[in-house]
Design a protein around this ligand. Structure first.
Ligand code: MF3
Ligand code: CO
Length: 250
């Protein structure tokens, strides 16, 4: 359907949608602790979204059964919250969620440490985050989309980490997933030209070991094939005449 350019009014609604989501994430980060179940995170996140008068956009998306994706350690994304999955000190937990505010979607993800985590786990989390910032240095009107992909990949390659290829970032607006797809690995072509008013989700998924992933029998949970741990960092951004605006930052 092509990449949509948002009007000023749509951008205002996107900003508010994203601001509310960032507020939810701030509360979730403070709440995460050893002994908490992944289902408790989902229940809290769902409540926070609804308290803002918004709708969780992941719930029932293609049949996904929860409002917050909760993925622990070697789970890359789309982990299903479970009452009996208890977070342990030293785990890393990736939360991915979005909401709808007045018809406009927001989407973001973060990986948090549970209590004290290892230096190598922290290094992975920091690299996934920094790769996003390296990528969006290229997110400027007149540049081409895959300059973002290539910058993410070039940064991650310096660590020897695996970049997940099966899942990619995306446009966002009145739908959770709009064109274009945004790969996090190096591209041969340059992709579409970036223009002011595009709203994009840039979301590198980075494995400590190899890039390969597989799907569990629940048909949702994506895990690393080699069992290595994985980190995810995502924001919704706006392309402007100047620097990109990170709409879900907190
Ligand atoms: N996490 C995906 C994204 O960031 C969307 C997940 S949809 C769900 O684009 F159904 F798995 F929740
Ligand atoms: Co997304």
């Amino acid at each position: 359907m092509g990449i949509t350019i948002k009007t000023e009014q749509e951008i205002r609604l996107m900003r508010e949608s994203c601001r509310l989501l960032a507020d939810v994430f701030q509360s979730l980060e403070e709440a995460v602790h050893p002994g908490m179940s992944t289902m408790e995170i989902n229940i809290l996140g769902d409540q926070l979204i609804r308290q803002h008068g918004c709708i969780p956009n992941f719930l029932h998306y293609n049949g996904y059964p929860a409002s917050i994706c909760v993925s622990v350690n070697d789970e890359v994304v789309h982990g299903i919250p479970r009452k009996h999955h208890i977070l342990q000190e030293g785990d890393i937990v990736s939360l991915d969620a979005g909401l709808i505010y007045q018809g406009y979607h927001s989407d973001m993800a973060r990986t948090f440490g549970v209590g004290q985590i290892s230096d190598e786990a922290q290094k992975l989390i920091d690299a996934a985050k920094q790769s996003f910032f390296e990528g969006i240095k290229m997110a400027r009107a007149g540049n081409h989309l895959y300059e973002i992909s290539n910058a993410i990949a070039a940064y991650i390659d310096t660590f020897g980490y695996g970049i997940v290829r099966e899942l990619v970032g995306h446009g966002i607006g009145t739908r959770l997933h709009e064109d274009p797809q945004i790969p996090n690995f190096a591209q041969v072509r340059r992709g579409p030209k970036l223009r002011p008013g595009m709203t994009l989700c840039v979301e590198p998924m980075i494995n400590m070991g190899r890039a390969d992933v597989e799907w569990l029998d629940d048909d949702w949970t994506v895990v690393t094939q080699d069992g290595s741990w994985s980190a995810h960092y995502e924001n919704t951004i706006l392309i402007t005449e100047g620097d990109p605006e990170i709409l879900t930052l907190y």
